[in-house]
Design a protein around this ligand. Structure first.
Ligand code: SF4
Length: 647
């Protein structure tokens, strides 16, 4: 890495118009090179997606004109913790590399040698394993891997020798030595090229070659011409036969870029396609000035193509054609042949290039499977929690199965962290471990808040304000008279087995708070910190509250009522994130939703339905409002976004 080692930079301020953007300590060029190198392992699509996501994040944080995505990528690489909130599918590479670079930088700042820094970089990624695997497999890919390994060994040798020779004068000496060496950098030489394939290359590399059709893609202003100064830290490129040459002027740079564009555009024998995008926003991407210099009026293409120009869309269309009753037999056959060809394509490591083209991956053709080992032992009670009951019996049993049994749910979010923190503090106050004093609670909140991962600093601030409001509501609720009820237990764990029709159901859970009313009955309170609340009718049949009350009747709270079984006196949800209606005290107190002691058989029926679904393993998707927050939408056959799994 040829990046300069400089002082750490703080969060980037918004620059004034025309001012340079803070690029972080790595700099834009070095950052982009590193991200797309084998150490970063990101491709152009990943970089584009991440760049877009970073710009969206800036806008969400109130910055009207975010810095260009290249600058944001460089900043994120310099401060990889910025990337924790982004989709790992495209941000993981940058995040890992950022952490690795930081570690390497610390080694160098602490007086480490270039060789130590190189070892850290080498050991910190999966690149060595990848090279080793390829080298062992042999073939063209193996030869390339051997060559790369040789180059890496030579680099380590040079680093070790530089250390001996300079007596440990640091990494910059080593870089200087490398810059002075004349290293041939033709990494594409010797790579096997397929005959019937599209060749991707830079304009430089296309010199002297020709094709029938050439596409010069992404001819955007700012990229082409790229008028940034060329060269390296030591500007070795300026060393000529007659001494040090003057750096290129902007005019000369422009002329050089124009020549390069001319080279690219003249590689086509029959047809040349030049593409650029024009963003509607003023500060968005604009086509390069070179486009107009071609002398052809650019054709505006708006809207989307008939189908996305990507392999999955092609496979989808071919598959649809093979079974389209309106298509001619010849067309259907041709589509099937294309699919077979795509399915047979492999990369240099023999991995299929288009696995989705193979019928093996067409899940909809398979019959539903059954597990040879039953999910639950029919002879034993079915164990459920109050919230599971709602999913199993009322909303979607598939969501329950995937989330609770398969444990495929998304990792806990900051929203859950918010709930946990507020619950813990409420418990501390109710049990007397912390005084019922807002200042003390806020101090406790401050000490743990930064551990919650929010998408952006502004979100963290906003949620902290909400947490403060929730705690204030809790304190008001806690300190006012609630019809003479007294708290007798908090975070009360229980475990009871209930009869429900032909099933025995074991309910385990924890009651946020158990109170005794003046008649000596048990009243159960459940604190909620979510943004939604059930309707009045839904509360009357709220499964979790009803199960708590049933559990009270079965002895779940006997121990906190001196061993005497109390009657169930009701239960309530206390919505700490939501203020009450004006007539109930207004926003300063929480919205309280109470349920009477359940009568009739509806709770028993609910338990029996849920237990039956678990034992019979009936987990069919059932769509509804609950899908909005379901993590499995993209794999759910009942949702448009998940249909591709079976169609
Ligand atoms: S998306 Fe909806 S129907 Fe599908 S599993 Fe999730 S909750 Fe169930």
């Amino acid at each position: 890495a040829g990046a300069e080692v400089g002082p750490a930079s703080g969060p980037a301020p918004e620059p004034a118009a025309g001012a340079r953007h803070d690029e972080g300590w790595i700099g834009v060029e070095a950052a982009l090179t590193l991200l797309s190198s084998p150490l970063g392992g990101m491709d152009a699509a990943d970089l584009r997606r991440l760049g877009r996501a970073l710009r969206d994040e800036e806008r969400a944080a109130g910055i009207k004109v975010p810095a260009p995505s290249d600058v944001l990528l460089a900043r994120a690489l310099a401060e990889p913790e910025r990337l924790t909130a982004h989709d790992p599918a495209y941000a993981r590479g940058a995040q890992r590399l950022g952490q690795l670079l930081r570690k390497t930088r610390e080694i160098l700042q602490g007086g480490g040698t270039a060789e130590e820094a190189l070892w850290t970089l080498w050991d910190g990624t999966s690149w060595p394993d990848r090279l080793e695997r390829r080298a062992r497999r042999g073939g063209a890919a193996g030869r390339n891997a051997d060559r790369d390994l040789d180059a890496v060994c030579a680099l380590f040798d040079t680093a070790a020798r530089a250390e001996d020779r300079t007596g440990g004068r640091g990494a910059l000496n080593f870089l200087e030595q490398l810059e002075a060496e004349d290293i041939a950098g033709d990494t594409l030489t010797g790579k096997a090229t397929r005959t019937e394939a599209v060749r991707l290359m830079t304009a430089h590399r296309s010199k002297g070659l020709e094709w029938r059709l050439v596409v010069v893609a992404g001819v955007q202003e700012g990229l082409w011409p790229d008028l940034r100064r060329r060269g390296s830290l030591l500007e070795a490129d300026r060393i000529g036969r007659d001494g040090l040459a003057e750096p290129l002027t902007p005019g000369a740079l422009l002329a050089e870029e124009r020549r390069l564009f001319y080279v690219a555009a003249t590689r086509a024998r029959e047809r040349l396609v030049v593409t650029a995008v024009k963003a509607p926003a003023e500060d968005g991407d604009q086509p390069s000035r070179f486009l107009t210099e071609l002398g052809v009026t650019p054709k505006d293409v708006t809207g989307r193509p008939r189908r996305p120009l990507a392999v999955p869309a092609l496979v989808a269309e071919l598959r649809a054609t093979t079974v389209d009753p309106d298509a001619s037999p010849a067309l259907r056959e041709a589509a099937a042949r294309r699919l077979a060809r795509l399915a047979a394509l492999t990369d240099e490591d023999d991995r299929p290039l288009v696995p989705a083209a193979h019928p093996q991956r067409w899940w909809g053709l398979y019959e539903p499977t059954r597990s040879s080992v039953p999910l639950r032992d029919r002879e034993r009670p079915v164990t459920l929690s109050g919230s599971a009951l709602d999913q199993l019996a009322n909303t979607c049993s598939l969501q329950w199965f995937l989330g609770r049994e398969v444990k495929a749910d998304a990792p806990s979010t900051a929203a859950q962290g918010f709930g946990n923190v507020v619950h813990v503090l409420a418990d501390e106050v109710a049990s007397g471990r912390t005084p019922a004093d807002l200042a003390v609670l806020m101090e406790r909140l401050d000490s743990v808040w930064d551990a919650l991962a929010f998408d952006a600093p502004w979100k963290s601030r906003q949620e902290k304000d909400n947490a403060r409001a929730a705690l204030e509501r809790f304190l008001r609720w806690h300190t006012t008279d609630r019809g003479g009820r007294e708290a007798v237990a908090t975070e009360h764990d229980f475990d009871v087995t209930l009869e429900a029709g032909e099933y025995a159901v074991r309910i385990r859970g924890s009651m946020d708070r158990v109170e005794a009313d003046p008649q000596g009955r048990a009243y159960v309170v459940d604190f909620k910190t979510g943004k939604g609340a059930p309707t009045k009718d839904e509360v009357a049949r709220h499964p979790q509250l009803a199960v708590y009350q049933l559990a009270v009747r079965e002895g779940a709270v006997d121990e906190v009522f001196d061993g005497v079984r109390p009657e169930a006196g009701g239960a309530e949800l206390v919505q700490l994130r939501q203020g009450a209606a004006q007539r109930d005290g207004g926003d300063a107190v929480p919205k309280v939703q109470a349920q009477q002691p359940p009568d009739g058989t509806w709770v028993g029926d609910l338990l029996a339905t849920a237990a039956g679904r678990v034992l019979d393993e009936r987990f069919a998707p059932a769509t509804g409002k609950h899908c909005d927050h379901c993590s499995f939408r993209s794999a759910c056959s009942a949702r448009p976004e998940g249909r591709q799994t079976v169609e």
